[in-house]
Design a binder for this molecule. Sequence first.
Ligand code: ATP
Ligand code: MG
Length: 419
Amino acid sequence: MANAVKAIRGMNDILPEESYRWAFFEQTVQRWLSAYGYRNIRTPIVEQTDLFVRSIGEVTDIVEKEMYTFIDRLNNDSLTLRPEGTASCVRAAIEHNLLYNGAQRLFYLGPMFRHERPQKGRYRQFHQVGVEALGFSGPDIDAELIVMCARLWNLLGISGLRLEISTLGNAQSRALHRTRLIKYFEQHHASLDEDSLRRLHTNPLRILDSKNPQMQALIENAPKLIDDLDEESGVHFETLQRILRDQGIDFEINLRLVRGLDYYNRTVFEWVTDKLGAQGTVCAGGRYDGLVEQVGGKPAPACGFAMGVERLLALMQECGKIIDPPVPDVYIVHQGKQAMRYAWQCAEFLRNEGLDIVLHCGGGSFKSQMKKADASGARFAIILGDDECNVQQVTLKPLREAAEQTRLALSEVTEMIRQ
Ligand code: ATP
Ligand code: MG
């Protein structure tokens, strides 16, 4: 097996032992989203590179070093595997003129790709559920997005998440803040790391997002945007807080919260846990009023968030959430030519009745078949031999409790099992 082909580093297979937990997650999420009137949008995995450069921002971790970009060999277009979903969602909304019909509540769910150093909670292919409210300007929708998250944590059996919120103000207050930041960091030029030096004049806000521990003290003392905040953004932020309090949602204001993408303004928020080590942010989002125009559409306000599915599944496990793996209702064992034909008939009949049936394939003794029935987790075995065939009945044997097996007509099986 030395030269067997392996999966790409940081890109995981999700095996059946685990995939049912994903299915539970996805079903829960879809029910939850429809409870708030959000509708699914499905966009391609690959987009023009330019879409991400224009939306996420040139001087960001994602665009500078994390994108899987390649040249389409046939027409030399530069294409990129999507590193996030907001840009595609906005592109599609513009392309299909969705906002013509009024504001849109949208969501997507699927794989994203970033070339990062793989570690627990950080992969190169990972999955996000993203929720975008396009065409809404008020703090009410910002609050809705946050309140609905809190409901989801309950549905998933997750507790102990901390909500951090902040505001980035409008374009003017950010410009003012930017000038102050450049001045401050210039005064501490000697303490800046390589990334920060490069970003000092192109994107000083990004410096605040640095994960370098040596930079943290400097960042802690940097000027805060709240001091440069415009009045309207101040009111927006106050209203958001009021709705959250009304809804009984606890939050902390973290003025150091800077999202890793350029397109945010006003509200930003993150849901954070201490239970997953370094990769503690499970959900992050905010308002991005400039993005629709930036991607080429008529100006429209918008707000959204994305959550990391792998991190949430890990957190569910940490919180002791139990999800039962699916098991078949019945495993059918059979021996002999006649019995095999009868077994096929029984299996399809019971599936028509809505039961989950595994029909034994591959022959073998009754004993070895019964071992497989047991290992399948099925609640019952149906045993079919010449005897059963001759009288057109089945032998039903409970596998998970010490009850006797019984002989009965096929038409009685479903009722018996459902009891
Ligand atoms: P981080 O600071 O952890 O790199 P980010 O700011 O780059 O996160 P976003 O772009 O806001 O992340 O994505 C939203 C969510 O998607 C994150 O909060 C996280 O839960 C998840 N996520 C982001 N990158 C990865 C990754 N490489 N592997 C697994 N999950 C990820
Ligand atoms: Mg990142």
